[in-house]
Design a protein. Structure first.
Length: 58
């Protein structure tokens, strides 16, 4: 979620970011392969989102 927000200004709920998290945790397996994931869900309360990211500004 943090990477998506910091790098792409995307707000994605936790379950919508799982695919990217798996790819990032398995970089060696994904290297030199065409990989895709679906990023979904902006259905998260702003306060909860900030709490998860440890920020006050979302």
């Amino acid at each position: 979620m943090r990477i998506l927000y910091d790098e792409f200004d995307l707000i994605v709920e936790p379950s919508g970011a799982i695919g990217l998290a798996c790819i990032l945790q398995n970089k060696e397996i994904c290297q030199n392969k065409k990989i895709f994931t679906i990023l979904s869900g902006g259905n998260i309360d702003a306060n909860r989102y900030n709490e998860l990211l440890g920020t006050n500004n979302g």
